[in-house]
Design a protein around this ligand. Structure first.
Ligand code: SF4
Length: 351
C-alpha cells in the first residue's frame, strides 16, 4: 500500500464565527421558531454562501430591498446594519422588524453620529459599496462625511477650512492597511479626532493576528470563506503580506483541488468570521484522505465574547443554539492536535 505523504497543518485560532455572526444566525433561527417559515431577511444575514443555503433550506428568503417583502411579514436586518431610512420604510409599512445588526457595527454608528453632532467632518475608512458602509452613511448627511477607501483617497481628501475632522472605520478592514491610512490622515490633520474605542472589531483583528503569526512559516495558506466576505478576503491579503506566496480563499472544502498541495509539506489554515467551523473540520477530513496529517493549533488569544439576543423579542428563546454546532473534530479525538497559546485571553462585555 502506498504510504501517504506527511502534511503539517498550522491551524489558526481564533477562526470561524465571531460573536456578531453567531448572534445574527441565532436571531434568524429564533424567528423561524417564533414566527414559522418563511422568514424574510434583508440582505445576506452574513456573508457566507454555505450558511445562506442552509437557511434557505429551512425557509428563509433573502431579499435586497424591502419592496420584495410581502405586507405583514416579519423581516430581519442583517449583521451589517441598515440605514435609518430602511427602518422607517419598514415602520411605514407596518412590517415587524428584527434587527440583527452586530452590536459592534451599531457602536460605530453611534461613534460616527457623536462626531457629526459635535460638528466634525466624519471620514469613514472603508469600502464604498460594502453594506456596512452603506448602512453607516445613512446616519450622516452626505456633505458631512466622506468615504476613504485607500491611501490615495486619504492624501487627497478635502475638508472645509476650520472644520474639525474625525474618523471611524468599517469593522472588517485590514488592521495594517488601515493603520497606514490613519497615519496619512494624522499627518494631514494634526487635530484628527480618533474613535474612543477601536472600530476594527476584535474578531477581525484576532483572525488577522493569528494569520500573521503562522502564514510566514507555511508553504501554502488556505482561508475558508466566501469571496463576498470582507473579513475572509482580508485574511488572504494578510497571509500574502507576511510572505506566503501560495494563498487561496476556499468557499467550500470540496472546491479545493488537492493536487494544489502536492508540493506542500506545511499548510496554514484559517476561516473568516462568517465561515462555520464545521467547514474547517470537513476540509481537514478531506486532507486526511490523501495525506498523513499532523495538526498544530496556534492560538494568539482566547475569545470569550458573546452578544445576547434581543430578549424582549424572544423571551423564551434567548438560549437558542445554532442548529449545526461545530463538529467535534475526529482529529482532536485521535490526539492529532497540539495546542500552542501565545497570548492571554480577552473578554468584552456588551449587552
Ligand atoms: S466581524 Fe466583527 S463587526 Fe462583523 S459581525 Fe463579527 S464581531 Fe460583529
Amino acid at each position: 500500500m502506498k504510504s501517504r505523504l506527511p502534511l503539517k497543518v498550522l491551524l489558526a485560532a481564533p477562526r470561524s464565527f465571531c460573536a456578531g455572526v453567531t448572534r445574527a444566525i441565532q436571531i434568524v433561527e429564533a424567528c423561524l421558531e417564533h414566527y414559522g417559515a418563511p422568514v424574510y431577511v434583508r440582505h445576506a444575514i452574513v456573508h457566507n454562501e454555505h450558511v445562506l443555503r442552509e437557511m434557505e433550506a429551512k425557509g428563509v428568503i433573502f431579499v435586497e430591498e424591502l419592496s420584495e417583502v410581502p405586507d405583514g411579514v416579519p423581516v430581519v436586518f442583517s449583521a451589517h446594519g441598515v440605514p435609518p431610512s430602511v427602518v422607517r420604510s419598514a415602520e411605514e409599512r407596518g412590517l415587524p422588524t428584527i434587527d440583527a445588526t452586530c452590536p459592534l457595527v451599531a457602536r460605530v454608528h453611534q461613534e460616527a453620529m457623536r462626531h457629526h453632532r459635535s460638528g466634525c467632518q466624519v471620514l469613514v475608512i472603508g469600502k464604498k459599496n460594502h453594506p456596512e458602509i452603506l448602512g453607516l452613511l445613512g446616519y450622516l448627511p452626505a456633505k458631512e462625511c466622506q468615504v476613504i477607501g485607500d491611501i490615495e483617497a486619504a492624501k487627497n481628501v478635502q475638508i472645509s477650512m476650520n472644520q474639525p475632522v474625525a474618523y471611524v472605520t468599517q469593522t472588517t478592514l485590514s488592521v495594517e492597511d488601515t493603520g497606514q491610512i490613519v497615519k496619512v490622515l494624522r499627518k494631514r490633520f494634526p487635530k484628527l479626532i480618533e474613535p474612543r474605542t477601536e472600530t476594527i472589531c476584535y474578531a477581525t483583528a484576532n483572525r488577522q493576528k493569528a494569520t500573521r503569526a503562522i502564514a510566514a512559516k507555511t508553504e501554502a495558506f488556505l482561508v475558508l470563506g466566501s469571496p463576498t466576505s470582507s473579513n475572509s478576503s482580508r485574511l488572504t491579503e494578510v497571509a500574502r503580506q507576511v510572505g506566503c506566496e501560495k494563498v487561496r480563499l476556499v468557499p467550500e472544502p470540496d472546491e479545493l483541488n488537492l493536487r494544489w498541495l502536492d508540493d506542500v509539506s506545511v499548510l496554514g489554515l484559517t476561516a473568516g468570521a462568517s465561515a462555520p467551523e464545521y467547514l474547517v473540520q470537513q476540509l481537514i477530513d478531506r486532507l486526511a484522505q490523501s495525506r498523513s496529517l499532523v495538526i498544530e493549533e496556534v492560538s494568539v488569544t482566547e475569545e470569550k465574547i458573546h452578544f445576547r439576543l434581543p430578549i424582549k423579542r424572544f423571551p423564551k428563546t434567548s438560549q437558542i443554539s445554532i442548529s449545526r454546532s461545530p463538529t467535534k473534530s475526529q482529529h482532536r479525538q485521535e490526539g492529532l492536535y497540539r495546542n500552542k497559546h501565545i497570548a492571554l485571553s480577552q473578554e468584552l462585555h456588551l449587552a
